[in-house]
Design a protein around this ligand. Structure first.
Ligand code: ZN
Length: 301
């Protein structure tokens, strides 16, 4: 597949070294990208109109003003900001915006937005769970604005993407499929929340490769084929790995590789492009290995 990676050093400036979601994560994630020589794409900030389709004016202004004041702080007990956070977050969403555009124009078959801060917990009016703006939601809205009728989002982060689910809960053009540890932060993601286009697969603490294989080779493929989207978006959170310090899911390197293979297989079967966007993943070595195996799968497909 023709693969590109959106990356900017500005993503490293949103940082708090004592926090698990720190800049080192992205440095480790990028090592295999550089080693494999994957073409780098340079993001621009998200268009204001598109960001406004996902977040409220008040919230965007709150983020902007807080960051411009210069002193670091927290939007919620988990979610820090500093003077670079607004710029990094709008660039992260901008990578998703431009990524969708390039994919729909047929210039790439797969694009990975190697971005920070992550996005899937961010809601219309608030930052949450290390997330400022909901990058994958921005990607979905961008695709819809370009005339796409059906967007499929798959979220394999160990945490449920409450912000993404909420953004499209009443929008039948967007399917949200998530595997996550449950019960667990952020508390959402039970099967009771499922509807015609929301499919949560809550997994017990300790779930490992066998459970993931079952879900991604069967349920995911079924839902994807039934919905028949024109683009596949992936909230790629690597905290499902057994070495992750924050979560209790137990996927091995091989298990993560199988998930990525199933996602690629699903997209290839429908001949649709894939946009990955980085969410969680807090063990640096595991994150680096997961990055490598993801790009190897993409390059060999
Ligand atoms: Zn997570």
């Amino acid at each position: 597949m023709k693969v590109g990676v959106f990356y900017s050093e500005l993503f490293l400036k949103h940082d708090l070294p004592t926090h698990p979601e720190n800049a080192l994560r992205l440095k480790y994630f990028m090592e295999p990208v550089f080693e494999l020589g994957i073409p780098l794409l340079k993001p621009s900030p998200v268009s204001y109109e598109l960001l406004r389709a996902v977040h409220s004016e008040n919230y965007i202004q709150e983020v902007l003003m807080s960051c411009r004041e210069g002193a670091p702080g927290f939007f919620d007990p988990d979610t820090y900001y500093n003077q670079y956070t607004f710029d990094a977050a709008t660039l992260a969403s901008g990578a998703n915006e431009r990524g969708v555009e390039l994919l729909l124009k047929g210039e790439y078959e797969a694009i990975f937005c190697a971005v920070r801060p992550p996005g899937h917990h961010a809601e219309r009016d608030r930052a949450m769970g290390f997330c400022i703006f909901n990058n994958v939601a921005v990607a979905a809205v961008k695709a819809l604005s370009m005339g796409v009728e059906r967007v499929f989002i798959v979220d394999f982060d160990a945490h449920h993407g409450n912000g993404t689910q909420k953004a499209f809960y009443d929008n039948e053009k967007v399917f949200y499929f998530s595997t996550h540890q449950y019960p667990f932060y952020p508390g959402t993601g039970s099967t009771r929340e499922n509807n015609s286009h929301v499919f949560n697969v809550p997994l017990k603490e300790g779930s490992s490769d066998r459970e993931f294989k079952e879900v991604y080779s069967r349920l995911f493929q079924e839902k994807l084929r039934e919905f028949s989207p024109e683009i596949l978006l992936v909230s790629a959170g690597y905290d499902l790995h057994r070495d992750d310090p924050l979560t209790g899911l137990e996927a091995s390197d091989e298990g993560v590789k199988e998930i990525v293979e199933e996602i690629v297989k699903g997209a290839r079967g429908l001949k649709i492009p894939i946009l990955f966007t980085l969410e969680g993943g807090y063990n640096l070595q595991a994150l680096k290995r997961c990055s490598k195996l993801t790009f190897e799968v993409l390059l060999n497909s």
